[in-house]
Design a protein around this ligand. Sequence first.
Ligand SMILES: Nc1nc(=O)c2c([nH]1)NC[C@@H]1CN(c3ccc(C(=O)N[C@@H](CCC(=O)O)C(=O)O)cc3)C=[N+]21
Length: 282
Amino acid sequence: MSAQIISGTELAASIRETIATRAAELTAQGHQPGLAVVLVGEDPASQVYVRNKVSACEKAGFKSVMHRMPENTSQDALVGLVEQLNADPTIHGILVQLPLPRHLDSHLVIESISAEKDVDGFHISNAGLLMTGKPLFRPCTPYGVMKMLELTGIDLRGAEAVVIGASNIVGKPQAMLLLQQGATVTLCNSKTKDLKSHCLRADVLVVAVGRPNMITGDMIKPGAVVIDVGINRLPDGKLCGDVDFESASEVAGWITPVPGGVGPMTITMLLQNTIEAVERSI
Ligand SMILES: Nc1nc(=O)c2c([nH]1)NC[C@@H]1CN(c3ccc(C(=O)N[C@@H](CCC(=O)O)C(=O)O)cc3)C=[N+]21
């Protein structure tokens, strides 16, 4: 083991202290940060995530409102709730937990959230603003990764950054944020040929695929910064990342663990985005 660990748990705890202090100030001025979380259906993993988000809000002194809707909720009923939250001045951020049940169109639902309350940063306006270098809300996971890199003191200017996974919620916005910090960015996807050769060039490697242990030590440049966004639950109930931690940590300079890495930072940046929403609204 040669790599140093980037602890998301520790970084998140210290950022959340700052957020709680700011939330108390805003509350004293009559602007308690308010986050609404909407959960449709009974997916057990989603229930755990949503509970974690609500509890993080409460610990930071936010108002948090959880709306649970049945699995068979109609598109109109869900959009109706979002519109009600859009109009509620005590709510600064709205998060509709994904994935939604299959009969619902998540694009339409996300576009119905007011862009000024879209603390996930998933609305097309927010995606466009990020793309053009004028972000309103940055999506929480890539924003959390950038915070981890910043607080660890990684200089991104001119660095070779390789992002594996090109999703709208992680890979694509991650590539944009890295680019904006001056990295030379390669965005790999499921069709990429010779993934290993791309990985081996990376000074900073961000992996967001959702395949347990797919990146092994032989694919990592010695001394590289390895950020593992994957959270996979194995049949034995244990969590593991997309990076094979054991072999990767022999080669990397810095590495994030799973759990305790990017996950806690994602929730922290949700709180951060909600604070930013309040500050813009007053
Ligand atoms: N609209 C929306 N926004 C999201 O941000 C969103 C979503 N939908 N759907 C699901 C994914 C998943 N996600 C996680 C956040 C934190 C942890 C996290 O803190 N994980 C802990 C472990 C938690 C455990 O033990 O299961 C860790 O990595 O240490 C995990 C997953 C946010 N998501």
